[in-house]
Design a binder for this molecule. Sequence first.
Ligand code: 6PG
Length: 265
Amino acid sequence: MNASLNDKKEQEILVCPDAKSVALEAAATFVRLATDSIRERGRFTAALSGGSTPRSLFEILATPHWEKQIEWKKVHLFWGDERYVPDAYPESNFRMTLETLLSRVPVPPVNVHRIKTELAPAEAAAENYETEIARFFGTAPGQFPSFDLVFLGMGTNAHTASLFPHSNAIHETSRLVVAEYVAEVRMWRITMTAPLLNAAKNVIFLISGADKASVLRDVLFGDHDPERKPAQLIRPARGRLTWIIDSAAAAQLPPESYRLLSSRT
Ligand code: 6PG
């Protein structure tokens, strides 16, 4: 892990046997952090990731064994990023979360802080979300509120949230949320910025699949180049950074760099 990351005591790479065990480990961590946050602060604030990886995590959290361990009325859900499409579109991260989690657990609708992609243009949706986050946390402009948990994924091009290589968003240092057209995926994206993500108490990457092995090694052990590898922007200022990955994605990592976990049942 490149030097500055190595220096941080507050980070860890956990390797699980397969994608299902990544989801189970993530579910257990979600329950633990929710329980601790609610005990300490009376609420739990989590920014969810999109894409395909979190689906199984959300489905697990919605099962009775896990669902009943969470005090949903004190849980507030946000999204780290969103595709600028109507919620009804299959690309929508909100739609995926609604199908796999929100429609199955008793989280109060007022606690679901979605990105309002019905607002136009995309910048209006970003500004609205930024205002909603600042209102919720009571922060002033320039202040970055601290989520209890941020889940992130990573693409094979080392993007995370909707912070893509060579984009403007990766250079944002004062906004909480920005909108940007991403030519690579031919759509507008709304994303939390690196300083907001890095203000979190716990940032957890969930990564699985052999197609991520090479880029993961490059992000963790290659040269520091966030312009090409935006996932390298994620270095929580005071929080904990955890990578929960499966053995396929960990295939190119030095064995001494991670802790092997056995499968949870
Ligand atoms: C999105 C995500 C994005 C995702 C990665 C990995 O909106 O697409 O937030 O950052 O986490 O692209 O996606 P997979 O989990 O599908 O590999």
